[in-house]
Design a protein around this ligand. Structure first.
Ligand code: NAD
Length: 465
């Protein structure tokens, strides 16, 4: 029996050893989800909303326990972890309020002879495969609309956050004790191999959040069965700082964004292009801000940045920094491990960077802010778009109209003006190019979990063929 060690990245201590589910268990889970589908898909939307709402008090009651587990297992500061369950509650409320409108049948054509209607039917079994950086949010963002649309679920959470995965399962066990039908939600535990086994089963859709590398593999593995896919993948997000930016605000926001969750955020700023006339001032402020970040024990309330999730993430970061140094970059601040024990790292500001450095092209997923001087905004836009990724991007300026124009030119899923990352609830989430396929969070995002079927109704029966 294969086991995976769950390791606390702040102490490097083993928290628990968790058994990997067998291929038989993967197959059985998909079969169970398939068996549960006919009844669940026949429930009314009101009934499904009621069940989702019943999850809210269960989550509220376990909020601290969930947050503590996230912090212990992947090192996120407790002040951040505590908000993840709240985000789920807010998503349940959002969908409960809007799902009926999102799934309302729509007459798209009508004349005296024919009426064509779009109807939104559930797909069947949805496999959800998730990463560790937001181990609760990335599960529930697809899970809530998928369940509300009438699908059943097989979840495979990240091998880095298996205990969080088990805690999510506990929420559904408690819901089942209140009458929620069994096997509408199913959990399997394991790593990449288990994920691969799940993708190779007879599921109707795979929703995946994780690296572009794995997303591509999943796409290949889905080819035989033509699974419907929703892929939320990696990024190398650019930020453009204009001459007329509020430099204090921009430097602070950009550095804090880049170092949030130790830089382990898909939409973290990973490249900064600064107009030459404010470059020196911006770098100075960025260094001040990086120095101010409180790195340390993630269980302490005042900590702003915890450790990397694991050694492999630290290694990628060090590799990118060494590559940049070798090619002429200057480390303005940081660049080193922050403690002997645990995977702590210093917030890092790098200048003298160029487009041949990994730190400017590959996803670092670390608290690293490479800053490049540009002569014009056109140059900044060109560099921003010269990437295989296209998740989110931003422009920083006091001139909102100018910012708006530049934001329109960014090849990304979410473009911000004086803001970076996902928008408010109700906006779409997802990337372009190698960052994503499909959207979450809107009417269109909800339709990803349905068969958008056209019903053609001939009102007058006549033989005119
Ligand atoms: P990862 O791709 O290594 O793993 C993600 C999940 O996929 C895990 O559960 C893993 O076991 C599984 N997996 C890996 N290979 C697989 C395969 N071939 N078949 C099936 N399943 C497979 O990513 P990670 O290290 O867990 O997460 C970090 C990545 O996730 C970053 O690239 C980050 O940008 C991305 N991410 C994207 C978003 C988004 O919304 N776009 C959100 C969070 C994280």
């Amino acid at each position: 029996m294969q086991k995976i060690k769950s390791i606390n990245p702040a102490t490097e201590e083993v928290i628990e050893e968790i058994e990997v589910d067998s291929l038989e268990k993967v197959k059985e889970s998909v079969k169970n989800a398939r068996k549960a589908f006919p009844n669940w898909s026949k429930t009314s939307i009101d009934e499904r909303i009621e069940w989702m709402k019943k999850l809210i008090p269960i989550i509220e009651q376990r909020r601290q326990e969930l947050a503590d587990t996230i912090t212990k297992e992947m090192g996120k500061p407790i002040s951040m972890s505590i908000n993840e369950p709240l985000g789920v509650i807010s998503e349940i409320n959002f969908y409960s309020k809007n799902i009926k409108e999102f799934l309302k049948e729509e007459v798209v054509f009508e004349n005296e002879e024919e009426k064509d209607i779009l109807v939104y039917e559930p797909l069947g079994v949805v496999a959800i495969i998730t990463p560790w950086n937001f181990p609760i949010a990335t599960v529930f963002s697809p899970l809530i609309p998928a369940l509300l649309c009438g699908n059943t679920i097989v979840l495979k959470p990240s091998e880095q956050t298996l205990i969080v995965g088990k805690k999510i399962n506990d929420l559904f066990i408690e819901l089942e004790s209140k009458g929620f039908p069994k096997h509408v939600f199913n959990l399997i535990l394991g790593g990449k191999e288990t994920g691969k086994q799940l993708v190779q089963q007879d599921v109707d859709m795979v929703t995946f959040t994780g690296s572009t590398r794995a997303g591509k593999e999943i796409m290949k593995d889905s080819a035989d069965k033509i699974h419907k896919l929703l892929l939320e993948m990696g990024g190398k997000d650019p930020a453009i700082v204009c001459s007329d930016a509020d430099i204090d605000f921009a430097a602070k926001s950009i550095v804090r964004n880049a170092c949030r969750n130790t830089g382990q955020v898909c939409c973290a700023i990973e490249r900064v292009y600064v107009k030459d006339d404010i470059y020196d001032q911006f770098v100075k402020k960025a260094v001040e801000e990086a120095k101010a970040i409180k790195v340390g024990n993630p269980e302490k309330q005042e900590t702003e940045m915890g450790p990397f999730v694991a050694k492999f993430q630290e290694e990628i970061c060090i590799d990118h920094i060494n590559d940049a140094k070798k090619k002429g970059a200057k480390i303005e601040f940081g660049g080193n491990k922050a403690e002997n024990k645990g995977y702590f790292f210093e917030p890092t500001i790098i200048t003298n960077v160029n487009n041949n450095m990994k730190v400017m092209t590959d996803e670092t997923f670390g608290p690293v802010v490479p800053i490049m001087k540009v002569n014009s905004l056109d140059e900044a836009i060109k560099y921003s778009n010269n990437s295989v990724y296209g998740l989110t991007g931003s422009v920083w300026t006091k001139n909102i109209e100018k910012g708006n124009k530049i934001a329109h030119k960014l090849q990304v899923g979410v473009a911000g003006v004086n803001a970076h990352g996902g928008g408010a609830q109700g906006s779409a989430w997802g990337g372009v190019k190698e960052s994503g396929l499909g959207r979450l969070g809107t009417k269109e995002g909800t339709h990803e979990f349905t068969n958008v079927k056209t019903l053609r109704i001939k009102k007058i029966i006549k033989t005119n063929y």
